[in-house]
Design a protein around this ligand. Structure first.
Ligand code: CP
Length: 340
């Protein structure tokens, strides 16, 4: 029996595989209902989901806002720069807890000076202060609803996950970013039994605790987890590749102000060959392989237009599935009953 009502969603790693599968099942049902032009039951009738955006967003905001409305609730979009956030986080969190039925928080990149750990700290402060479910809408470390939607798309496209190689690769971009989508992806893919390869140049290692967790996940799920420092070797034979930039170790450790943005861009610029091209898909990856991306993709930096627009690319279906993964997350955490 899966019971997620009132539960926080900070990372997919906090939920059991049964809970994640249950939520994907709810997402599938919601998607069918909405795609045939109907509307699901008002599971969030007169409930308010406060969406606190410290950081900008295209997809996450749009998806949570529309999803809350479709379920009959009220999505309250809060641009945190318009609030009195000079106060202690817990003081604001207690107030949102009292006014809401659920709270979403997004805090990453520029808003935390790229300092690894600083965003998750705030998300946890909200979760500690609030009895209502707190949904992590992306921080410096995790992006749980993204990972949940992505694994659903990858499984649909590949048929099964066991024995399938998923390469989550660093890719060049002139715009430094955090690691949340990457770390969430390796966590959930290793949990669901895939042969996961994390590829990156030296100096772009991810959180070593997450690497350890991925190794444990793979042991438990019957998959595997490897790290490669060679782009072409990493994607060779892959059934799925996710090409995505993230900041260098030192940049994310000390933050942009101390490290220097120009220095970070120059470091990334030494690895411009880490870019997915059409010939990689045709000649190196497995037959019937897919290319994923959480978006926004830095076109012609992380991957060429030809690669991202190729028939192998599943990026728009992935964004659509992510919408329903977010809708399902709201339903299961904020509604006592999910009548589907
Ligand atoms: N994938 C994702 O989180 O996109 P946004 O940054 O546009 O929300």
């Amino acid at each position: 029996m899966v019971e997620l009502y009132g539960k926080d969603f900070i990372t997919t790693q906090d939920w059991s595989v049964d809970e994640l599968e249950y939520t994907i099942g709810v997402a599938e049902k919601l998607q069918k209902i909405v795609k045939r032009g109907d509307r699901p039951a008002n599971m969030l009738d007169r409930r308010t989901f406060f969406m606190l955006f410290y950081a900008p967003s295209t997809r996450t905001r749009g998806a949570f806002e529309a999803a809350t409305a479709i379920l009959g609730g009220h999505p309250a979009f809060i641009d945190v720069s318009t609030t009195r956030m000079e106060e202690a986080v817990k003081d604001a969190a207690k107030m949102y807890d009292s006014y809401s039925d659920g709270i979403g928080v997004r805090i990453l990149d520029k808003n935390i000076d790229y300092v690894y750990g600083a965003g998750l700290k705030v998300v946890k402060e909200f979760a500690d202060a609030s009895k209502k479910p707190v949904i992590n809408m992306a921080d410096c470390t995790y992006h749980p609803t993204q990972g949940l939607g992505d694994i659903w798309t990858v499984r649909k496209k590949l048929g099964k996950l066991k024995g399938k190689k998923y390469t989550i690769s660093w890719a060049y971009s002139s715009k430094p970013r955090g690691r949340c989508s990457i770390q969430e992806e390796v966590l959930i893919a290793s949990r669901f039994g895939m042969d996961v390869v994390l590829a990156h140049p030296k100096g772009f290692e991810i959180d070593e605790k997450i690497v350890d967790t991925c190794k444990k996940n793979s042991k438990a799920s019957g998959g595997s987890f490897e790290i490669s420092n060679d782009f072409e070797e990493g994607i060779k034979g892959a059934d799925a590749v996710f090409p995505r930039s993230w900041g260098s170790n030192e940049f994310l450790r000390v933050g942009a102000s101390k490290f220097g943005m120009d220095k970070e861009i120059a470091i990334a610029g030494k690895h411009k060959e880490w870019r997915l091209e059409l010939n990689h898909i045709k000649d190196l990856m497995a037959k019937k392989s897919i290319v994923t991306h959480v978006l926004p993709v830095m076109r012609n930096e992380e991957a060429s237009d030809a690669a991202m627009d190729s028939p192998n690319s599943v990026i728009y279906e992935q964004a659509d599935d992510n919408f329903f993964a977010k809708m399902a997350t709201l339903a299961v955490t904020m509604s006592k009953e999910v009548p589907l």
